[in-house]
Ligand binder design. Structure first.
Ligand code: ADP
Ligand code: ADP
Ligand code: ZN
Length: 216
């Protein structure tokens, strides 16, 4: 099963992608996580990506697409995957469609997690991320069991630099201009499934499972 997560920054894509990954045993591929890992390790890719990310802008399509195409060719992707944060532009979506066509396949579901902008701003200020393993929490909606400590690996949680309110506004603008058109793109491709992302995360997950399960 090949799944794409769509939605604004902070809509809950990562949260749902992780749950789906565990339920269906397919890898979660987060371009944001890959970029952050590269920044941490000070790689060439990390250096390229950092200045865009800090400004709330998208990393250029070519760099991003090359990265994803390589990742999808790895062995663990042969039974499917969940793309979390890719594609984010029409050219990225087209590149993905083309790459899949070569192997005679296509995306099964594009899941759009719908959340209005006002809700997003609140969510982002409460998001806490693990700098070591990438796990995410929310101070109010999904707190770790020990305050500010990652349940999964014990590292101290951080507020991501780009989750500060000024950058969040910019990211929302970029989302509306460059990413939202993908909803239409996948609607036309016949694989769009929209879910109300303002509901409790367990409810959102249940609705996604119902949809995926129904068609299995
Ligand atoms: P995205 O990957 O779309 O940027 P995340 O999954 O990281 O979003 O979620 C953003 C923040 O909102 C996190 O702090 C997360 O714990 C919290 N969150 C996710 N889903 C919900 C939900 N349904 N209700 C409330 N908070 C949520
Ligand atoms: P969020 O969880 O809030 O949706 P991500 O972790 O997915 O954020 O992405 C963080 C940043 O990484 C983005 O603001 C952007 O700069 C960069 N990025 C991630 N995925 C892509 C992509 N597909 N294309 C271009 N830039 C990307
Ligand atoms: Zn961790």
């Amino acid at each position: 099963m090949k799944i794409i997560m769509l939605g604004a920054p902070g809509a809950g894509k990562g949260t749902q992608a992780k749950l789906i990954s565990e339920e269906y045993g397919i890898p979660q591929i987060s371009t944001g996580d890959i970029f952050r890992a590269n920044i941490k390790n000070n790689t060439e890719l990390g250096k390229k990506a950092k200045s865009y990310m800090d400004q709330g802008l998208l990393v250029p399509d070519q760099v991003t697409c090359d990265l994803v195409v390589d990742r999808l060719a790895q062995d663990d992707c042969k039974n499917g995957y969940i793309l979390d944060g890719f594609p984010r532009t029409i050219p990225q979506a087209e590149a993905l469609t083309e790459a899949l066509k070569k192997s005679g396949t296509a995306i099964d579901y594009a899941i759009d997690v719908e959340v209005p902008d006002q809700v997003i701003v609140d969510r982002m200020s409460g998001r806490r991320a693990c700098p070591d393993c990438g796990a995410t929490y929310h101070v109010k909606f999904n707190p770790p069991s020990r305050e500010e400590i990652c349940d999964a690996c014990g590292a101290r949680l951080v507020l991501r630099e780009d989750d500060k309110p000024e950058t969040v506004q910019k990211r929302l603008e970029v989302y509306h201009n460059q990413t939202q058109p993908l909803i239409d793109y996948y609607q036309k491709a016949g694989c769009l499934f929209s879910v109300d992302g303002t509901e409790h995360m367990d409810m959102v997950f249940m609705k996604i499972c119902q949809k995926l399960g129904m068609d299995r």
